[in-house]
Design a protein around this ligand. Structure first.
Ligand SMILES: [Zn+2]
Length: 80
């Protein structure tokens, strides 16, 4: 995230819907980048808790828009 007046950038583990404020200037921070899963993942979703679920086979985290688990390659149950 970036503070518009100073261009100071920080990395935060942000929650969607929350507003983050710069500690020095008090202004609202702009989102300038999101962490995305590395290739060769098929997922287009940012790596964030609300987009993840547990594989029913190996119990590892996987993005909700994937059908096959990126860890064990098995077909996961449909998202409830
Ligand atoms: Zn798995």
């Amino acid at each position: 995230m970036r503070a518009p007046s100073t261009d100071r950038e920080i990395i935060v583990e942000a929650e969607s819907g929350r507003v983050y404020v710069d500690r020095e200037t008090g202004e609202t921070l702009e989102v300038v980048g999101k962490l995305l899963p590395l290739a060769p993942s098929e997922s287009k979703l940012p790596w964030a808790v609300e987009h993840l679920r547990f594989c029913n086979w190996c119990d590892q985290l996987a993005q909700r828009d994937l059908n096959d688990c990126p860890h064990c390659d098995r077909r996961m149950d449909p998202v409830a």
